[in-house]
Design a protein around this ligand. Structure first.
Ligand SMILES: O=P(O)(O)OC[C@H]1O[C@H](OP(=O)(O)OP(=O)(O)O)[C@H](O)[C@@H]1O
Ligand code: HPA
Length: 186
């Protein structure tokens, strides 16, 4: 598949699966449901379309606690291998998150611009708690002001694709994270 476009495998399918199970266990500890609790108290996963879709669905299936799912789509401006921030909301949440425990689920935090914007936007809606779980994080994001409590892998500053991540809308369907050969975008 995609012959010659992927220079190397950065994170294999097996490593993604194993780390997702670890993250799910960590999150289940953090969000222990109280006995007999109201469904309104279920953890609400907020996935950022489209990149987070694979991770979000695998994480939800690995989580041994009840969760509910919402999706948001935002438009970002900039060239296709770098982000320069969020433009506007293309698809908003379908419900109110006031007084809910909300977990933003991201595929990657790179410059951190998308996430910083999203945190500000969701915090203004008064959730009970707001935390972040990302599969991948690049070096620029480590110095961000926003605290990211759950990180799958810290990776170098290279452009990666697969498992939801794209270049020119391709490669999302790869089951692993791969390094895109620069010849594809240079
Ligand atoms: O930290 P940043 O530099 O802001 O980059 C991270 C964002 O970029 C990607 O989304 P993209 O806008 O490419 O859309 P997609 O999710 O549809 O792939 C990714 O899914 C993150 O949401
Ligand atoms: O490395 C990346 N790959 C795909 N999409 C992205 N959006 C920000 N960084 C990346």
């Amino acid at each position: 598949m995609y012959d010659g476009d992927i220079a190397s495998v950065v994170i294999s399918e097996d490593r993604i699966r194993a780390r997702t199970i670890e993250l799910a266990a960590e999150l289940a500890q953090r969000y222990q449901p109280a006995p007999g609790k109201d469904p309104e108290e279920d953890l609400l996963l907020v996935g950022v379309l489209k990149g987070a879709m694979m991770f979000m669905t695998d994480l939800a299936r690995a989580l041994p606690i009840p969760t509910q799912m919402e999706f948001m789509a935002v438009s970002s401006y900039g060239s296709s291998t770098s982000s320069s921030g969020v433009g506007r909301i293309l698809k908003d949440l379908d419900r109110d998150i006031a007084d809910r425990d909300v977990l933003i689920v991201e595929d990657i935090i790179d410059s951190g611009l998308t996430l910083s914007w999203l945190v500000r936007n969701l915090e203004a809606r008064n959730p009970r708690s707001l935390e972040i779980c990302t599969l991948l994080r690049k070096p620029d994001a480590i110095s961000m002001q926003v605290e990211v409590s759950h990180v799958g892998f810290d990776i170098p500053n290279d452009f990666v694709v697969g498992y939801g991540l794209e270049y020119d809308e391709r490669y999302r369907d790869l089951p692993y994270i791969g390094l895109l050969d620069p010849k594809v975008y240079c």
